[in-house]
Design a protein around this ligand. Structure first.
Ligand code: NDP
Ligand code: GDP
Length: 341
């Protein structure tokens, strides 16, 4: 039975990846940080019905002794480093934490692999945010990076360290440059989930309005379930490499609203308000990825269309509000903070 160690296993991608690996008969271990709110830990794994099928080991990415101890305990064949402070807007409020967890935390994992289990294959969760102020209209593995947030800068450091460990130590270390991917398990603060949760509340009469920031930005959105398949495929290759994972279609926040509200029979203009406080200090206006390399080398293609993804999310949020099974209680975003969106 192959063994996989997943950091960030309690997050969106970690949960779907664990589900995929279990279906492929892996023994799945997850690094999980301790929380005082123990009752909500593992909520996504529970939602997928796999909480009791994974081994959770306490630790923290910023603690090298944790990463070495866990590597020694598990001796995994494959390591998926998904753990991060992953929300761009929060990275302006917590730039040092973001740099430490998202940037240096990756090096703690790379070091643990190098020291304890150098034959393990390593996956790094790189991000399309690294393209930031885009240097080419369609982004490929060769497009220069221009990070526009502390999150993107931290991810870029982690990305280059992964390349560095591959080239310096011959490690089987790959980076997936993943464009935005969503699901009913997406964090409530990200725009897709904020919109589908808003649609559900408005539809059920629990709210009247939804306040958003920049409606003109566009993103290349796919389904998380499709994207974790690409992570696994990368580690099955003979040679480690970097791959763009995207759909090749970009859609504005405005059109996202139209799709989500119309799925519930609502008119988005009747409910969406824009507010300054949701604007970011620096914006990534457009992201559009070219996944040709992944298609040719990995045989990977996305299977879920944006309309179907949004429909699934709206339905899940309506069901949650109806059943009061909130995956994550919507947080009030403090008004008057420039990076609240
Ligand atoms: P989530 O925010 O849903 O999950 C992040 C995970 O990291 C959680 O399990 C969280 O644990 C964990 N984590 C945070 N800080 C630490 C820490 N100090 N030590 C250990 N674990 C920690 O992210 P996603 O699942 O959406 O994304 C997975 C990865 O892919 C992230 O690295 C993200 O930056 C990257 N990515 C995501 C994209 C997307 O569109 N989803 C696009 C491109 C890249 P806890 O539950 O305790 O908070
Ligand atoms: P990101 O691409 O990782 O930053 O993913 P997000 O879902 O957080 O944001 C995607 C885009 O939506 C960005 O351009 C945001 O500026 C824009 N956006 C507009 N309104 C909001 C909002 O209320 N919340 C969030 N999170 N993003 C918003």
């Amino acid at each position: 039975m192959p063994k996989a160690l997943v950091t960030g296993i309690t997050g969106q991608d970690g949960a779907y990846l664990a589900q995929l690996l279990l279906a492929k008969n892996y023994e799945v271990y997850g690094l999980m940080r301790r929380s005082a709110s123990a009752e909500i830990i593992g909520e996504r794994l529970r939602w997928l019905g796999i909480l009791d099928h994974v081994h959770l080991i306490d630790g923290d990415l910023i603690d090298l002794s944790s990463t070495i101890r866990i590597m020694d305990q598990v001796k995994p064949d494959e390591v998926y480093n998904l753990g991060a402070q992953s929300f761009v807007a929060a990275s302006w409020h917590q730039p040092l934490l973001t740099g430490t967890v998202t940037g240096l935390g990756t090096v703690n994992m790379l070091e643990a692999v190098r020291i304890v289990q150098p034959t393990a294959r390593f996956y790094q969760a790189s991000s399309s945010e690294m393209y930031g102020k885009i240097q080419e209209p369609v982004q490929t593995e060769r497009t220069p990076f221009y990070p526009r947030s502390p999150y993107a800068a931290a991810k870029l450091y982690a990305h280059w360290m992964t390349v560095n460990y591959r080239e310096s130590f011959g490690m089987h270390a790959s980076s997936g440059i993943l464009f935005n991917h969503e699901s009913p398990l997406r964090g409530i603060e990200f725009v897709t989930r904020k919109v589908t949760d808003g649609v559900a509340r408005i539809k059920l009469g629990l709210a009247k309005e939804l306040t958003l920031g920049n409606l003109d930005a566009t993103r290349d959105w796919g389904h998380a379930r499709d994207y974790v398949r690409a992570m696994h495929l990368m580690l099955q290759q003979e040679v480690a490499d970097d791959y763009v994972i995207a759909t090749g279609r970009t859609t504005s926040i405005r059109d996202l609203c139209r799709i989500a509200f119309s799925h519930a029979g609502l008119e988005w203009q009747d409910h969406v308000r824009q507010h300054e406080s949701m604007m970011r200090p620096a914006e990534v206006e457009v992201l559009l990825g070219d996944p040709s390399k992944a298609r040719e080398k990995l045989g990977w293609v996305p299977l879920v269309q944006l309309e179907d993804l949004i429909a699934e999310m709206v339905e899940a949020d309506i069901a949650r509000h109806r059943g009061r099974q909130l995956l994550a209680l919507p947080r009030e975003i403090p008004a008057g903070t420039s990076a609240a969106a």
